[in-house]
Design a protein around this ligand. Structure first.
Ligand SMILES: [Zn+2]
Length: 67
């Protein structure tokens, strides 16, 4: 490991660190995107009357229909 880095020198080490950072950042972006996509969108509005309701509510506060 260290012999390889010594052979590559400072430029090689910088390239190695940059690659590692780029990999970590891309994984982090992918993780955030996946979380955003799988986030539940149902529960924001009543499907019957369209009134805004809280995500935890099971019934519409306005018309009383199940959401
Ligand atoms: Zn409603």
């Amino acid at each position: 490991m260290w012999t390889i880095l010594r052979k590559l020198g400072l430029m090689g080490l910088t390239f190695f660190v940059a690659n590692a950072l780029a990999a970590i950042v891309s994984v982090a972006i992918l993780f955030v995107r996946t979380r955003r996509v799988t986030a539940p969108m149902i529960g924001d509005r009543c499907p019957v009357c369209g009134v805004a309701i809280s995500g935890t509510a099971k019934y519409c506060s306005d018309c009383g229909s199940r959401v």
